[in-house]
Design a protein around this ligand. Structure first.
Ligand code: SF4
Length: 431
């Protein structure tokens, strides 16, 4: 898992807005329907006008993959944790509806409430936002948008600008506004003690232009909603900042994807693919001999076009002749939760819960050992011990991994937390 999510966007929801807009009596204008918007809808619009339109008019076409669901689950978990670190805070519930949340927020602020407010709800010009955390300051209210990423991303700024624009216009004195993101230097020292997990990056100063353009963005988004499905082609924007849930709908009339996309070329494949696309070349099969200047790329192209497997036998023998026997082929599987689950781990730290190790003797005999922990407990001690056993103590000559620096880092992190195994694990990492 390596992406972040707005912890309240889906809670605010699109349809809830209908309720509040109806309550506010602003759902219709003389020109026709005036669409209520939420922060998440505006974020969708800023990614793609068609995405906004589909999310409103054809939501049944959305296909959530498990990655999106995981992102949402992490967002909920991070949001709950951020609230739990402020025990004196009060949650504004959207009960019975969002109009009640707006009223409750106003009551709290007008009453001189002096503690944090979670999901404070504001409405302006038919746009409704729920602010993750609002904290009183001597000169107003500090706004915090909680994100499950390790830093501020470009789209966060749009989110925050929308919140400030709505809340300010609804009468809130905003004294500061930050993205409250995960502090990647945090290390869990005591079970359940997450003080210090978050870091605030103040953004108010750099949002002036974005706040000023919100009225235009909102008007543009409404114009899209009032029209027909916009004609927007698929492209890089379909996966940035989020994988779009309407991808299967939009790609159904696209020409078939290339069998061997040029972007598969190693290292600079994406930029070469972009250059080739301008020349009308999309599949490696169509790239003419001599078009690629890099020898490795040309070799990949030639093997793809001819269907002949490239095997540099001599080169392999030369490259591996110094590798000692027996050889172990190692591959870790890891998890890297945003919220560290186990003592002595950090946010997003890659924790190995599985490995596969094939051992090959000089005589050519191959054996396999594996490890898998799925009971939810900290897998690291058992993994470290199983690894040392699989590598047959110090009798393993070389360790080969597809991404050696990653596997090495996993082993060294195990060495760091188990002093009694540190020597053996450090030697493993050095092989
Ligand atoms: S798949 Fe791409 S083009 Fe289609 S709605 Fe999503 S972002 Fe827009």
């Amino acid at each position: 898992m390596n992406d972040d999510v707005d912890v309240v966007a889906w809670a605010a929801g699109g349809e809830g807005l209908i309720t509040i807009m109806d309550v506010c009596g602003e759902m219709r204008s003389n020109e026709g329907r005036r669409y209520g918007l939420s922060k998440s809808k505006i974020t969708a619009f800023e990614q793609c006008a068609r995405k906004l339109w589909l999310s409103k008019h054809r939501p049944e076409l959305a296909l959530m993959d498990s990655g999106t669901e995981d992102r949402f689950a992490t967002g909920h978990e991070v949001g709950d944790l951020a609230c739990s670190l402020l025990p004196s805070g009060v949650m504004v519930e959207a009960e019975p509806d969002l109009a009640a949340a707006v009223t409750r927020t106003r009551e709290l602020i007008d009453s001189g409430w002096s503690e944090p407010i979670f999901e404070a709800t504001f409405e302006h010009d038919g746009v409704l936002v729920r602010v993750d955390v609002l904290s009183p300051t001597p000169d107003g209210w500090a706004m915090a948008e909680v994100k499950s990423s390790a830093g501020v991303k470009a789209y966060h700024l749009g989110d925050l600008a929308t919140q400030i624009w709505v809340a300010s216009n609804a009468g809130l004195q905003v004294s500061s506004a930050c993205i409250r993101h995960i502090n990647s230097d945090f290390r869990l020292k005591r079970e359940g003690d997450y003080k210090g997990l978050f870091r605030d990056t103040d953004c108010l100063g750099e949002l002036t232009d974005r706040i000023a353009d919100r009225a235009t963005v909102v008007a543009d988004a409404r114009a899209v909603l009032a029209g027909d499905e916009p004609e927007v082609s698929t492209g890089d924007h379909c996966s940035t900042p989020f994988a779009c849930e309407f991808s299967s709908h939009c790609t159904r009339i696209d020409p078939p994807a290339p069998e061997w996309p040029i972007s598969l070329l190693p290292r600079t494949g994406k930029s070469i693919a972009a250059q080739c696309a301008e020349e009308g070349l999309f599949d490696l099969h169509d790239v003419p001999e001599g078009r690629l200047s890099n020898a490795l790329h040309e070799r990949v192209r030639e093997a793809t076009v001819s269907g002949r497997i490239y095997h540099d036998r001599k080169g392999v023998i030369e490259a591996t002749k110094g590798w000692l026997w027996p050889r172990a082929y190692l591959d870790f599987e890891t998890i890297g939760p945003a919220i560290p689950r186990w003592v002595d781990s950090k946010p997003f730290q890659q924790i190995p819960f599985q490995f596969s190790c094939h051992s090959e003797s000089e005589a050519g005999q191959v054996s396999h050992t594996g490890f898998l922990s799925i009971d939810g407990s900290d897998p690291r001690r058992a993994c470290a011990e199983a690894l040392l056993e699989a590598l047959n103590g110090d009798r393993c000559g070389s360790i080969i991994a597809y991404n050696a620096s990653f596997e090495k880092r996993c082993v060294l992190e195990l060495a760091e937390i188990f002093p009694d195994l540190a020597l053996a694990l450090t030697e493993v990492a050095a092989k």
